[in-house]
Design a protein around this ligand. Structure first.
Ligand SMILES: [Zn+2]
Length: 313
């Protein structure tokens, strides 16, 4: 308070009225306290983007994992803990995607609303992988129809937690679900451009199982469902054999996974006389940079589909 009084006195003495007006405006009118708004905290970019589409400017959305971040290996930072503690509601993916955040999310769930996106996916729709410790494939964002269920689920939880804004959330959700419908149809049409025999999607890790099921592509990853388990020499040789056998034209790197192991596959094919191209980078477990088209769920999805179609058609 002493500092404020001194500053004001100096301002008065200097007759800097315009500066005084700015100071007073910020003191009285600016809203810099995040707790003065309903605050949603999301773990991944996909979940943060869904939340932002639902709440628009009626609430604050904080996303913990940025572009290029691997959620399988991610540990909460001190800054994240601060955000999580001050959140009104928390959304995470679940199915063990945020494997290293399980403890903190569990503890917080006893104090405030904490929801997994995966709760929206019925058991019959879940992809089960016997090689993955927890059993269920967590990459549910790659089937737009499943993602619509997630958006609906999140919207319901947000409406219950922030009833004053519920009507806005409902309206925004309806509009966004319509946008997702268009994205789904567009993807189905785009994949038709690839010959049936070439509908094979090979990536650094097994992130595209739901994509393959929804859009009719056979999917193979060099690493398993989680990037935490490493691939060995046998995985590389097996994949090389598969690529040659199926005459696969291109394979894909991922923005959140190191590219070296997949480059070994390209070299392995070359040694055996088969040229396989790198079709480009796909966004698998993280969105692109904020402010770019790929920084949104729909933009990321369109980019991936276009990259896949361009390399395999
Ligand atoms: Zn993954």
């Amino acid at each position: 308070m002493k500092i404020v009084t001194l500053s004001l006195r100096r301002i008065f003495n200097n007759r800097c009225h315009h500066i005084m007006l700015i100071v007073c405006y910020c003191w009285m009118g600016c809203d810099h306290d995040p707790k003065s708004r309903f605050t949603v905290v999301a773990t991944t970019g996909f979940i943060g983007d869904a939340a932002r589409n639902i709440v628009q400017d009626h609430a604050e959305v904080i996303t913990l994992m940025g572009a290029g971040v691997d959620p399988h290996a991610y540990k909460a930072t001190q800054r994240d803990v601060k955000y999580l503690l001050s959140a009104d509601i928390i959304f995470y993916n679940g199915f063990h995607l945020e494997g290293k955040m399980a403890d903190i999310l569990h503890k917080l769930s006893k104090k405030k609303p904490v929801y997994a996106a995966g709760e929206a996916v019925a058991p019959a729709q879940q992809l089960v992988d016997p090689d993955f410790s927890i059993g269920i494939d967590p990459h549910i964002w790659f089937d737009v129809c499943l993602w619509k269920q997630v958006v609906r689920h999140m919207s319901n939880q947000l409406q219950a937690a922030d009833p004053q804004a519920a009507a806005h959330y409902r309206k925004n959700t309806d509009r966004y679900l319509h946008e997702l419908d268009e994205l789904h149809q567009e993807t189905l049409r785009a994949i038709q451009q690839i010959a049936h025999t070439q509908r094979v999607l090979i990536t650094a890790h097994d992130a595209f199982g739901y994509f393959g099921r929804a859009y009719g592509m056979e999917v193979r990853g060099l690493q398993g469902i989680s990037t935490v388990s490493e691939c060995g020499l046998k995985d590389v040789t097996d994949l090389v054999k598969f690529i040659i056998q199926r005459n696969v034209k291109a394979i894909f790197l991922e923005t959140s996974v190191p590219e070296r192991p997949l480059q070994a596959v390209v070299e392995g094919c070359k040694k055996r006389g088969h040229q396989v191209a790198v079709g480009g980078y796909l966004y698998s477990d993280a969105l692109g940079q904020a402010g770019t088209p790929e920084g949104s769920y729909c933009g990321m999805f369109r980019f991936n589909v276009q990259t896949i179609v361009n390399a395999l058609k």
